[in-house]
Design a protein around this ligand. Structure first.
Ligand code: 4AZ
Length: 217
């Protein structure tokens, strides 16, 4: 996060850290991406966060990557489903979405918890940017399509950044936070006229429903 603020304990319990290590090693897991818990056993993240042939786990309920907190939950990933049309080019990332199915029994994986302590997890307030502005040649031009949207501040200074990929952009509606975007890509971080580009989650609702049907409690 560029120009953000520390998250208060328990304020964003759906935030996950996606962590990987080389397969069948005892090397430590390291954070590669964010993600968002959308039901007990399903996490939504960016497609480019899925690295093949790595052991993968998700942690949630903590605020720091430096130490394990008592409120933290760690879950193994049973399956990673990357969008069939995921495509990363030098200029943009298309269909940048993936679902992680957590390990559990009878549809119970992650359980609600509240976090305490303090540290490190950051949040930033960003503004949705008009799609016409986002596709303007002074911003991202044709590299942005309607499965993406821009958010941030055109003046620069407040933005998502590397390590945030796959994490949620939420909008508050009647006190509920609704996942609207997943951190996907951008031209560096916090630059004027280069806002963050987010996967437009509403564009993928049918895909999410088709992949999670019957198991989305
Ligand atoms: C990245 O490298 C990245 N400012 C993520 C988000 C943004 C830029 C880069 C958006 O993962």
């Amino acid at each position: 996060i560029f120009g953000g603020l520390k998250v208060s304990p328990g304020a964003i319990p759906w935030q996950v850290s996606l962590q990987v290590r080389p397969k069948n090693t005892h090397l430590p897991y390291r954070h590669v991406c964010g993600g968002v818990l959308i039901s007990s056993c399903w996490v939504l993240t960016a497609g480019h966060c899925i690295i093949q042939n790595k052991d993968m786990l998700v942690t949630m309920g903590g605020l720091s990557l430096d130490y394990e907190e008592p409120t933290e939950q760690i879950h193994h990933v049973e399956e990673a489903i990357v969008h069939e049309k995921f495509n990363e080019t030098a200029l943009a990332v298309y269909n940048d979405i993936a679902l992680l199915r957590l390990n559990g029994t009878d549809g119970v994986c992650a359980t609600e918890n509240s976090s305490y302590g303090s540290n490190h997890l950051l949040q930033a307030n960003v503004l949705l940017i008009n799609q016409e502005k986002c596709v303007d040649s002074t911003v991202y031009g044709k590299n942005v399509d309607n499965s993406m949207f821009c958010a941030g501040h055109l003046m620069g200074g407040v933005d998502s950044c590397q390590g945030d990929s796959g994490g949620p952009l939420t909008c508050k509606t009647n006190n509920a936070s609704v996942v609207y975007g997943l951190v996907s890509w951008g031209d560096k971080c916090g630059k004027a006229n280069k806002p963050g580009v987010y996967t437009r989650v509403t564009h993928f609702l049918d895909w999410i429903k088709s992949k999670t049907q019957g198991t989305f409690l």
